[in-house]
Design a protein. Structure first.
Length: 129
């Protein structure tokens, strides 16, 4: 038998773990085609653990997690990246590829902001190749 308990639960929001719609579109344009459990339908994020069957004319855009997007850039384009705190509450991103120019960012006020700007820079680099 289960005993009834009073558990204080917080709502867990995962939306911040997925890349934004604009960058998801850019990745699709660059050839990203991995299976994701997040997707955008008409720029609205949906999270599902099942295959999405689209019965509309609205395109479904895969919404990878940041981790998945960065992994794709490593595998597909050979870029490694990382974000680190370089001063108290100041973050920077670094992008490297063997035998190529490295990129270092300006300072950002949060890890999340630096991560998004790093993703945007990776997209820019890949588009210019």
């Amino acid at each position: 038998m289960f005993k009834e308990t009073n558990i204080n639960c917080k709502k867990i929001t995962m939306e911040k773990e997925f890349i934004p719609y604009e960058q998801a579109l850019d990745l699709k344009e660059l050839g990203f085609d991995e299976t994701c459990f997040g997707y955008y339908l008409a720029s609205t994020l949906f999270i599902s653990n099942d295959i999405v069957y689209n019965s509309t004319n609205i395109p479904v855009i895969e919404a990878p997690l940041y981790q998945q997007a960065f992994g794709w850039f490593r595998k597909k384009h050979g870029y490694t990246q990382y974000v680190r705190e370089v001063k108290k509450d100041k973050y920077r991103f670094y992008i490297e590829k063997f035998d190529e120019k490295s990129y270092t960012s300006e300072f950002y006020d949060s890890h999340e902001e630096a991560e998004l700007e790093c993703l945007k820079k990776l997209i820019e680099i890949a588009k210019n190749k």
